[in-house]
Design a protein around this ligand. Structure first.
Ligand SMILES: Cc1cc2nc3c(=O)[nH]c(=O)nc-3n(C[C@H](O)[C@H](O)[C@H](O)COP(=O)(O)O)c2cc1C
Ligand SMILES: Nc1ncnc2c1ncn2[C@@H]1O[C@H](COP(=O)(O)OP(=O)(O)OP(=O)(O)O)[C@@H](O)[C@H]1O
Length: 226
């Protein structure tokens, strides 16, 4: 793990060193930073990854300090966060949905696609209670979600448009991981497909949209008090 980190730091440092702009009075410190970068490479190649991490951090510190006092200009390369696609109905949002989205957010920025009303009718044999735009709005307002859209007619087309790095499937979604990957590969998109292993809930929670609807029908349908 520390070897992986040291290699990443070394790569970033090399990128900065090759593009850095600095004023003449900073040259001594920049040279020192360069020597620490060379040391990092040396320690990494000899398998001493802990020391490589120390020398890399020292070089980073020197360069950051120069930048802070306005004697050098450069940018650290930022790693792009992964785009994690989650598709689903999200009719009546419950803690199981929140757990799913929380788990997905550990892999990157979560992009949700809510199923269109017609899709829900077709797949569940009943329409959703909540209209598609409202489902999109509510899910898109949850803290684990970066963006939310209403789905199109063709799910594969939708995924291709949004270009995720990962598709995160729910525990009971019927999509086959390998088929999904293959369909997308045919359209030129390489994605990782990850599935949440088990459903979750909070203690005493009601973690199914259908069960919530059933409870409302059973307990509130005489209209009393409404
Ligand atoms: C990869 C993927 C892509 C999807 N794309 C769409 C889409 O374009 N349009 C749509 O109506 N629903 C889309 N959905 C939602 C599915 O239709 C949804 O999973 C289906 O309604 C099953 O319901 P559930 O997952 O809520 O149980 C997508 C879901 C996944 C996993
Ligand atoms: N308890 C749960 N824990 C984790 N994920 C869940 C849970 N319940 C649903 N999901 C996931 O949330 C996504 C959206 O599912 P959906 O909106 O159909 O919820 P649902 O409560 O299962 O609905 P229904 O009860 O009508 O089948 C799917 O990926 C599904 O697997």
């Amino acid at each position: 793990m520390s070897c992986e980190r040291a290699a990443k730091y070394l790569n970033n440092l090399k990128g900065v060193i090759s593009n850095i702009k600095y004023s003449p009075e900073a040259s001594e410190v920049v040279d020192l930073a360069k020597r620490y970068v060379e040391d990092t490479e040396y320690y990494l190649n000899s398998g001493d990854c802990e020391t490589a991490l120390v020398t890399a951090s020292y070089a980073e510190g020197l360069l950051d300090a120069l930048r802070m006092i306005g004697k050098a200009e450069f940018e650290w390369k930022r790693e792009r966060r992964k785009r994690v696609f989650v598709g689903g109905t999200f009719d009546i949002v419950h803690p199981g949905h929140v757990e799913l989205l929380k788990e997905a957010s550990k892999l990157g920025d979560v992009i949700v696609v809510v199923a269109r009303d017609e899709t829900v009718k077709r797949l569940k044999g009943r329409g959703p209670v909540v209209p598609q735009e409202q489902r999109r709005y509510v899910v898109g307002s949850l803290k684990y979600v970066k963006e939310a859209y209403v789905g199109g007619e063709d799910p594969i087309e939708t995924v291709v448009k949004l270009k995720p790095d990962v598709i995160f499937l729910g525990p009971d979604q019927t999509w086959d991981e390998e088929e999904l990957k293959e369909e997308l590969r045919k359209r030129g998109l390489e994605v990782e497909v990850v599935r949440m292993k088990e459903k979750r809930c909070i203690p005493g929670g009601l973690c199914s949209s259908s069960l919530i609807i059933k409870k409302v029908l059973e307990e509130f349908c005489d209209g009393e008090g409404y």
